[in-house]
Design a protein around this ligand. Structure first.
Ligand code: GLN
Ligand code: ZN
Length: 779
């Protein structure tokens, strides 16, 4: 019999119940016992939901109060010293302290999980690092499910991936950086111990996730795989080794050679890899990831059946499992709960619960059950989607097809533009500006909510926003900033705001996906050809501009970021969808220029996170991503200044692409790493102007004038001083006014000190760059 399996279920709850509970616990209004009970209730509900959907191999230990990588860190007792010693087990307060920090212990770093928008807590390693089994969560949750009559397959993050995701915080002997893989021998006995305990508890299979298998592995990682799985093979339960987010490719032989009983393949991202496996043969149980765990479209069941049938013919039904491509953590919970989408759109979609039903239908078909009615309904829905006039706009397609290289080029090269912009903008040396948003106070958020609920009229809301904008401009003038912004008070989110005004976009009411910890995002859906029926931001920017004699910078979100933070249609290449968005932004840019705005910022904080997992795919991606930015920004005159902004940044390896954007000014997040990130710009001899962030906006702390001067002097050692701007790291929407006022006062004072000649360059120390999740709170 073919088995219907799942790799992981979203844990936040269809109505974000976990968020509510965890935040109440943090506030002190829910006790630890109450939080534990809510966790158990959600787990029970999720297990039962999966069983009712027809899944027989149901995961456990996919639940987490914060993050599964942090759970693994706790399991292995790798708690950094600053969070106190671990007694028998890591306590819940200790666990949350690692994730969120305390007054005296900064939180552990956080970064993106592969190419998703989920953030994990980065394991930290120091010299003399020790490990000890410090949590029995996987065993406890297995037993908890068993008590409910559900036999689960526990999920663990595998040792090689866990170590590879970690970061050494100290150098080892000599000056070489500690290699996290050196700790493999120390953690394997703990994994073995845990697997033995799971076997003793009754687990016959364990899913062990090793997503690094779809990345370019170093020889050391390859060796680590061999020794790790040799050590774990005999530990107890059978292992289902799960790869996902891409193809095993050159790591296929490695994966097949490991002594594990099963192998999971992502056949949505990399359908071609099955052919290789069919040709090679294997005696492992194969889990075929045929239902997209990363997107919200209904599966083409007819098409998914073909590879599944080929696999069954070759290996026999008993060796095949059908599953989503990866954990369903990355999609919303239940489409049936959704009220915001019309019936037609709904019929094209599948969220986690619906995806499991698809897995069950595929499995039943393979097992000979008569599923003709379900398959026919699926085929009809997909045919209707393909033919729907709502997704095809011939004008948009024609315009996109007609884009030429000339459309991607500014009229003149940077030096000529620079002179024209200097004459028009008349900015002082070391010009000061901000990244766009200003504090979204309780009043701003309340007014938005009231407007949405119909409690205040359009006119009242508009008047409120105008007052906020005007006040913000008055404040910027009083502070002495040079290039002003309108403050973005009308925007809820930097992607949603644009999506709501573009055609081809839809929004859900409950389509929440965990971003990190208790933070969830609701990515919009791009279902059709994208165009801009009318100007989106011109009114606000023009209004702001009319209030001041100082130059105003208009704010847009770039095409790559809009794409990256949405659920994207799967019926055409992402590059094509991105080009359509770029054309819409291009129209907005042209209208802003016509309205007299002398500077336009096009934010691309997500440019880097779109990088493919394999190096060899980078150039293709960067090629179209850069083209889309240029397409959006190129139509303006020489004297209109194009800015861009990036914040989640490790630029070293993509400098040529950043330079190829050809923005006149780029602002980047650099203050946390003490300007370390800026070295990439210096080494590359970045040709245009740069605003290295001098105020880390992730915390309310107000940086002193001296501190910012020192940062800028360091910046001046890598970037010629006449090309330096002075600005915060990112937008200020999550900050309060008191620290904003104080920090910007200091920022302006720092710029003035530099203008008075305090620019003796200070060298940039070879420090450690610390990319973090963007602190703007926009995503
Ligand atoms: N303009 C945006 C803001 O200031 C930029 C946010 C971001 O980079 N993520 O909020
Ligand atoms: Zn930013």
């Amino acid at each position: 019999m073919v088995i219907a399996a799942n790799l992981g279920f979203p844990r936040i709850g269809a109505r974000r119940e976990l968020k509510t509970a965890v935040e109440a616990y943090w506030k002190g209004t829910l006790s630890e016992a109450e939080l534990a009970a809510e966790g158990a209730r959600l787990r029970a509900h999720h297990w039962q939901t999966q069983r009712s959907a027809g899944i027989t191999t149901i995961p456990s230990n996919d639940f987490s109060f914060y993050d599964q990588v942090l759970d693994t860190t706790a399991l292995l007792g790798a708690v950094p010293e600053r969070f106190g010693p671990v007694a028998e087990r890591v306590t819940l307060p200790q666990y949350f302290a690692m994730a969120r920090g305390t007054d005296d212990a900064p939180a552990m770093e956080m970064t993106k999980w592969f190419d998703t928008n989920y953030h994990y807590i980065v394991p930290e390693f120091t010299n003399g690092q020790t490990f000890r089994l410090s949590s029995l969560k996987p065993v406890e949750e297995f037993l908890e499910a068993r008590a409910l009559g559900i036999h689960t397959r526990p999920v663990l993050l595998g040792p090689v991936s866990w170590l590879s995701l970690g970061k050494a915080k100290e150098t080892g002997l000599g000056e070489t950086r500690l290699d996290p893989l050196a700790f493999l021998p120390a953690i394997l006995p703990i994994y073995a111990d845990l697997l033995a305990r799971l076997a003793a508890a009754g687990a016959d299979w364990v899913q062990i996730d090793e997503p690094v298998l779809v990345t370019d592995l170093s020889p050391a990682q390859t060796r680590a795989f061999r020794s790790a799985y040799a050590a774990l093979a005999a530990a107890g339960p059978k292992l289902m080794l799960a790869s996902y987010f891409g193809a095993l490719d050159d790591n296929l032989d490695l994966a097949l050679s490991l002594p594990v009983a099963g192998l999971h393949l992502d056949l949505v991202r990399a359908p071609e890899q099955l052919a290789g496996l069919l040709a090679k043969g294997t005696d492992k149980v194969l889990s075929l990831g045929l239902v997209d765990g990363r997107n919200i479209w209904r599966t083409d069941l007819g098409r998914a059946l073909e590879p599944a049938q080929a696999a069954v013919r070759k290996f026999g039904a008993d060796r095949i499992q059908i599953a989503p491509s990866c954990s369903l953590l990355h999609v919303p919970v239940d489409l049936d709960a959704e009220t915001e989408l019309d019936a037609e759109l709904t019929s094209w979609l599948a969220f986690a619960v619906q995806k499991l039903a698809e897995v069950a239908t595929l499995t039943a078909t393979l097992n000979g059950t008569d599923t003709r009615a379900a398959l026919a309904a699926n085929a009809a829905a997909l045919a209707a989607r393909r033919a729907s006039p709502r997704i095809h706009d011939p004008k948009v397609k024609a315009r996109s097809a007609a884009v030429t290289p000339a459309d991607l080029r500014r009229a003149s090269a940077f030096p000529a533009r620079r002179a024209a912009q200097a004459a028009r903008l008349k900015l002082p040396a070391f010009p000061t500006t901000t990244i766009g948003s200003f504090p979204q106070t309780t009043e701003v958020r309340r007014a938005r909510a009231d407007h949405r609920k119909g409690l205040i009229s359009d006119a009242e809301y508009d008047a409120f926003l105008k007052r906020e904008t005007a006040a913000c401009i008055a404040r910027q003038e009083a502070l002495g900033l040079d290039l002003l912004v309108h403050g973005e008070f009308e925007r809820n989110d930097m992607v949603e705001y644009f999506g709501e005004q573009l055609s081809g976009y839809a929004f859900t009411r409950l389509g929440w996906v965990q971003s990190y910890g208790s933070r969830c995002v609701k990515p919009p859906l791009i279902f059709g050809d994208v165009s801009r029926p009318q100007p989106m931001t011109v009114g606000w920017s023009a209004y702001a501009s009319s209030l001041s004699d100082l130059p105003m910078k208009a704010m847009l979100t770039g095409p790559v970021t809009i794409l990256q933070w949405s659920f994207v249609r799967d019926d055409q290449p992402r590059s094509e969808t991105c080009r359509q968005i770029a054309l819409a932004i291009r129209d907005e840019v042209a209208d802003l220029e016509a309205a007299g705005l002398p500077a336009i910022q096009i934010d691309e904080p997500a440019l880097r996170e779109g990088l493919p997992l394999r190096r060899r795919d980078w150039d293709a991606y960067l090629g179209w991503a850069v083209d889309c930015f240029r397409l959006a920004s190129a139509p303006v005159r020489d004297d209109t200044q194009i800015h861009t902004h990036m914040c989640y940044a490790e630029f070293n390896d993509i400098m040529p692409a950043i330079a190829a954007l050809d923005a006149d000014v780029i602002s980047v997040e650099t203050s946390r790493s003490d300007m370390e990130l800026l070295k990439a710009f210096g080494d590359f001899a970045y040709p245009n102007e740069i605003g290295p962030g001098v105020w880390d906006i992730h915390a309310p702390r107000v940086p002193a004038v001296d501190e910012m001067v020192v940062l800028l002097r360091k910046a001046a050692s890598v970037i010629p001083e006449d090309r330096l701007w002075v600005n915060p790291d990112c937008g200020l929407k999550t900050r309060g006014w008191p620290e904003t006022q104080a920090s910007l006062t200091n920022l302006v004072a720092a710029a003035r000190r530099l203008r008075q000649g305090d620019v003796t360059p200070l060298p940039v120390e070879p420090g450690r760059s610390q990319p973090v999740a963007c602190g703007c709170g926009a995503h």
